[in-house]
Design a protein around this ligand. Sequence first.
Ligand code: SAH
Ligand code: SF4
Ligand code: F3S
Length: 461
Amino acid sequence: MAKKRLHIKTYGCQMNVYDSARMADILAPLGYETTEAPDDADLVILNTCHIREKAAEKVYSEVGRLRLLKEEKARSGGRMLVAVGGCVAQAQGEEMMRRAPSIDLVFGPQTYHDLPDLLGRATRDLMMTGRSRVVSVDLSTDIKFDKLPEEAAPQGVSAFLTIQEGCDKFCSFCVVPYTRGAEYSRPMADVLAEAARMVRLGTVDITLLGQNVNAYHGDNGHGGTAGLGELMRRLADIDGLERIRYTTSHPRDVDDDLIAAHRDVPQIMPFLHLPVQSGSDRILTAMNRRHTAARYRDIVARLRDARPDLALSSDFIVGYPGETDADFQATMDLVRDVRYSMAYSFKYSPRPGTPAADLDDQVPESVKSERLAILQAELLRQQEEFNAACVGRILPVLLERDGRHPGQLVGRSPYMQAVSVDAGSAQGDLRGTIHNVEIGAVLSNSLRGRLIGPATLVAAQ
Ligand code: SAH
Ligand code: SF4
Ligand code: F3S
């Protein structure tokens, strides 16, 4: 079979990263090999994100750049197909073709298992009419997973595994329920089998993914469903799976069993991304988050009770329509009370089709910027404080890859901090293993440490 070159560019969240890897698996049997650069590729896939405005605009500028490569390739007698997948594709469908006629194929997050067929149709249309307009944006989530092939290649020492898709929460600012469809959990047996295969191929650290990962309620094989806590207990039985993480969770779906799992299962890393968005109850209600700031504080307290060294991260939105100075202060109060080891924060971005976009009390851009700067300064201060407190501690670090300097390895602490060490001539032997590292210094985006020796499973407390 003739070899073909495939370039996939991934935007947005980890679910898109997982989906891109699966697209490569699906296309491998057709002769596609992935390449780092789009130049000269036979197929370019942009796996897009629609969460904030700039994300979609970036896609259109990328398509513009690809058009030039496509024309160049056509002049030399070749053909480059340009396909747009992911959440912008889902949201805009046909509209994308109108706005950027150089796109040959538009497909959504729930139809990529059909890529071989869709590409066949696009190629036929191109040969017959010189133009392809194939659009596939069906949102029925439950069929994709059954049709995906097993992973074709090792997924890496650390890898993602999607266990849940879609969202039924409909937060008033968010496009995800419209781009990913209704909530769906994969059966527990499928997840366990996929994880075991990944571990056999060398993965030791798995991050379970879902837009609402702790709403997971997969078929347990006995006529009932299993929650995320139970799933992780079962995953922890897989020999060789040393680290388990999950993202993104919703405060509403943190149940007692999940909290208990943090206490009982040492493989669950003491780092949790638990978005709160705002510290003001008025704004949380308007956002349709369906929890209060007090409930969030209570969940955090119970989690920390179960796992005292738990580090937290979050997402925040500033300038949601109607947000007053007092609302913003409530967010700042919550941040100061909870203390985060890192966090993401965004200015509210009105998304077409979501309820909040039509509200008339939109917050001026200048106020959003001002609040974002204040929030980010505090979050950065907390991150620096957390990192500084790690100096002198011994942390187990999963040494994932080579660093920039000879003999250097870079890995992750249990708290997701990047840590670099000098492994010297042992670099090759230690790559992919978990070693204890004494943290010596905080650099701008990472920690530096000294190798102590092999780590036991349980993270240093
Ligand atoms: N499922 C996750 C979040 C997925 S989207 C959850 O429930 O928290 C990732 C983050 O993007 C959100 O947590 C939110 O902080 C941010 N976000 C989503 N829509 C946004 C919008 N319209 N404007 C600004 N930020 C947004
Ligand atoms: Fe979006 Fe809310 Fe669903 Fe998260 S829970 S994906 S923020 S609608
Ligand atoms: Fe973006 Fe879609 Fe993920 S909108 S954040 S790629 S679910």
